[in-house]
Design a protein around this ligand. Structure first.
Ligand SMILES: NC(=O)c1ccc[n+]([C@@H]2O[C@H](COP(=O)([O-])OP(=O)(O)OC[C@H]3O[C@@H](n4cnc5c(N)ncnc54)[C@H](OP(=O)(O)O)[C@@H]3O)[C@@H](O)[C@H]2O)c1
Length: 266
């Protein structure tokens, strides 16, 4: 999956990992479409990238919790000139499930799940027609974990994980390649993490810089990794964990109900 992208669209490019992706891609000479709600931050980043690198940079202000915002980005992708989509925009929060207004959780699902799915569809359709393209979907290590106070966030990232891995297999012969990017703790202000001192609660060596995550994601594309876990040294650990989970879900032999349930019906 060698990265051959003339034009890359990055969602959530106004800060954090998305901004780092934009810088890494511009440094490699790729033109960009930058998407987020904060137009001022996008314009400032676009001006900086144009001044530092020989690249063209568009900005597209869109609220991905709003169907109209999603439609604007879908329309941009449908033009068929985007070679790399990075679905990075995301919302996060750490608080008890009952302490968060369900409307806020619904907005999180809209951005982390619905918009990501719709933009993947728009891009994959155009890329399949062109016979080439790459889609990177940003999940989280929480997708493989169970974390109280992040039940909905973890659920959204679990969706991103299953969705992306399934599409990578389903579209393996289409010319469209996929990467599931699985950052661990990354020093950004997601959900107010930096402001609230979240990173002080963890050993410094557990926290990565957003620039490191973006660079790892791009290197993972060059390596052809469908699942990129920036901090994981032994990739075999991921493969073993994935295979073990698959075996539990689909591989138990026979159709008898396990004996501990005392059920005699098949
Ligand atoms: N930081 C971590 O520890 C960590 C770990 C694992 C995964 N991740 C994932 O990494 C991705 C990037 O997050 P980050 O850590 O870099 O945090 P961040 O700096 O807060 O970036 C989030 C980005 O998403 C955009 N965004 C949020 N809501 C949006 C909306 N309704 N419409 C359009 N854009 C929206 C934000 O832009 P605007 O506010 O300008 O709209 C911002 O550019 C997320 O998917 C997150 O879940 C982060």
């Amino acid at each position: 999956m060698i990265l051959k992208a003339d034009l890359c669209l990055v969602t959530g490019a106004s800060s954090g990992i998305g901004e780092a992706f934009a810088v890494s891609l511009a440094r490699r000479g790729h033109d960009l479409v930058l998407v987020a709600r904060r137009g001022g931050a996008l314009d400032a980043l676009a001006a900086r990238l144009r001044s530092e690198f020989p690249v063209a940079v568009e900005t597209l202000v869109a609220d991905l919790a709003d169907p109209a915002g999603v439609a604007a980005v879908e329309a941009r992708l449908a033009r068929g000139d985007v070679d790399l989509l990075i679905n990075n925009a995301g919302m996060g929060s750490l608080a008890g499930f009952l302490d968060i207004d369900p409307a806020d959780h619904a907005a999180m699902i809209a951005v982390n799940v619905t918009a990501l799915m719709r933009l993947t569809h728009a891009a994959a359709k155009a890329m399949k027609a062109a016979g080439r393209g790459t889609i990177v979907n940003v999940a989280s290590g929480i997708a493989f974990n169970v974390m109280p106070t992040a039940a909905v966030y973890a659920g959204t990232k679990g969706f991103v994980s299953q969705f992306t891995q399934a599409l990578a297999e389903e579209m393996a012969d289409s010319g469209v390649t996929f990467q599931l990017l699985v950052p661990g703790l990354t020093r950004t202000n997601l959900g107010g993490a930096e402001e609230n001192g979240l990173f002080d609660l963890f050993p410094a060596e557990m926290v990565q810089a957003p620039e490191a995550v973006a660079e790892a994601g791009l290197a993972g594309l060059e390596l052809g990794e469908i699942v990129c876990i920036p901090r994981l040294e032994d990739y075999g650990q991921w493969e073993a964990a994935r295979d073990a989970i698959r075996a539990v879900g689909i591989d138990p032999p026979g159709n008898a109900v396990a004996s501990r349930y005392g059920v005699k019906l098949n």
